[in-house]
Design a protein around this ligand. Structure first.
Ligand SMILES: Cc1cc2nc3c(=O)[nH]c(=O)nc-3n(C[C@H](O)[C@H](O)[C@H](O)COP(=O)(O)O)c2cc1C
Length: 164
């Protein structure tokens, strides 16, 4: 069995709920970054999730513990990211925190998987997007909560394919 770890940061609970749903699909329990240690970053597949706060910033607990990601040895490791944001209220910084996590993971040598199409979203700009692709799974419980479960379900299936 592949060792899958899910680490999330969440202020009002939206990312926590998404993390719990993703974790359940892998039969594991998600870890809150507020309680995480370096050990939690050792996995066959590491899934990192953050909501975006301020104007395009990491969620607070992630910001406080970002050293764990910046020091993790992710050389050749599979990493996937997901984010919660508000594509309408924060259209210019939609899910930026997800992009921040992805960049930091890549800087540590990770193999990023789980990119998704940015078609059909109503944002105007995101550091998590390049060439009409999000670097991970973009969720929006403020405006499209009805899509969250199906988006998670489809995404988890693609991640499972990578694990073989
Ligand atoms: C003060 C404030 C700032 C926010 N800034 C952003 C932002 O820059 N980009 C974005 O996509 N969403 C932004 N959001 C929306 C949150 O990311 C969204 O509500 C998310 O679901 C919260 O997830 P959490 O409860 O897991 O922290 C902001 C929300 C608030 C209240």
């Amino acid at each position: 069995m592949a060792n899958v770890k899910i680490i999330f940061g969440s202020t009002t609970g939206a990312t926590e709920s998404a993390a719990a749903e993703i974790a359940a699909a892998f039969g594991v329990t998600a870890v809150n970054i507020a309680n995480a240690s370096a050990e939690d970053f050792k996995a066959d597949l590491l899934i990192l999730g953050s909501s975006t706060w301020g104007l395009g910033e990491l969620q607070d607990d992630w910001a406080a513990k970002i050293g764990l990601l910046e020091q993790a040895d992710l050389k050749g490791k599979l990493v996937a990211v997901f984010g919660l944001g508000d594509q309408s209220g924060f259209a210019d910084t939609y899910c930026d925190a997800m992009g921040i996590l992805a960049k930091k993971a890549k800087d540590r040598g990770a193999l990023l998987i789980g990119q998704t199409s940015a078609e059909g979203y109503g944002h105007s700009s995101s550091v998590a997007e390049e060439n009409k692709l999000f670097c991970g799974l973009a969720l929006d419980d403020n405006n499209e909560s009805e899509k969250t479960s199906s988006r998670i379900g489809a995404w988890v299936e693609t991640l499972k394919h990578h694990l073989g």
